[in-house]
Design a protein around this ligand. Structure first.
Ligand SMILES: Nc1ncnc2c1ncn2[C@@H]1O[C@H](COP(=O)(O)OP(=O)(O)OP(=O)(O)O)[C@@H](O)[C@H]1O
Ligand SMILES: Cc1cn([C@H]2C[C@H](O)[C@@H](COP(=O)(O)O)O2)c(=O)[nH]c1=O
Length: 208
């Protein structure tokens, strides 16, 4: 059976980790071998870069160095983790991938979506998911869920102001408009089981 690469995307606290676990269970129930991974991270080099990116002061990196670090982490993740698993016929489910960089660093960070896509063309030869599912909640709802989970302890990027996160959401919507076959917006309101059913529906044409 051919492997598939699926990324789960969205702003802070929209339920990506919860849904990744539920989706993995649902796919395994259909006899599919699944590898769950995340970004930034997913390989030992990329996990080291994750700490550099998410810990420390806001001023630790400027927007360009931040985008380069994400692209470098992704290149390692693709080569060491994602491609080998796909070659073994597994479905790879990633908690965030390229579209996070396009939305956060490209749209919200002001670098532009094309500039960030160019880094991906260089770093990962423009390797793309078979499907990208973007979980969406009404403005502020994800942040509320994240705050209930973490208190005030956001990471370097999560704790940016609401206008930054509104621009992130706009970036994801732009991606869905630009690549409607790959990128699907999914309503993340409702109980977790309902959201999982929406995700499975959006993968319907890829399922064996
Ligand atoms: N459908 C849901 N309804 C209500 N609460 C939910 C739902 N799904 C997840 N949650 C809760 O919301 C919080 C955030 O969920 P989760 O950690 O899955 O989001 P996330 O998108 O992975 O967050 P982050 O972007 O911070 O990594 C958790 O406390 C989780 O239990
Ligand atoms: C992949 C990727 C991530 N980010 C940001 C988004 C979040 O604020 C953090 C990751 O934290 P999570 O709890 O694991 O979701 O990093 C980004 O800005 N750009 C990216 O490419």
């Amino acid at each position: 059976m051919a492997g598939r690469f699926i990324s789960l995307e969205g702003g802070e606290g929209v339920g990506k980790s919860t849904q990744l676990a539920a989706l993995a269970t649902a796919l395994e129930g259909r006899g599919i071998e699944v590898l769950v991974t995340r970004e930034p991270g997913g390989s030992s080099g990329a996990e080291a870069i994750r700490k550099l990116l998410l810990e420390g002061e806001e001023t630790r990196w400027n927007p360009r160095s931040e985008a380069l670090l994400f692209a470098a982490a992704r290149a390692d993740h693709v080569e060491k983790t994602i491609k080998p698993a796909l070659a073994e016929g597994k479905w790879v489910l990633s908690d965030r991938f390229l579209d996070s960089s396009l939305a956060y660093q490209g749209e919200a960070g002001g670098l532009g979506i094309e500039a960030v896509r160019d880094l991906h063309r260089f770093g990962s030869l423009d390797f793309l998911p078979d499907r990208t599912l973007v979980l969406r909640l009404e403005s502020g709802e994800g942040a509320l869920r994240a705050r209930r989970r973490d208190g005030e302890e956001g990471d370097r990027i999560g704790s940016r102001p609401p206008r930054y996160h509104a621009a992130v959401d706009r970036g994801f919507r732009v991606m869905a408009e630009q690549e409607p076959d790959r990128v699907k917006l999914i309503d993340a309101e409702g109980n977790p089981e309902t959201v999982t059913a929406r995700l499975l529906y959006a993968l319907g044409d890829l399922l064996p």
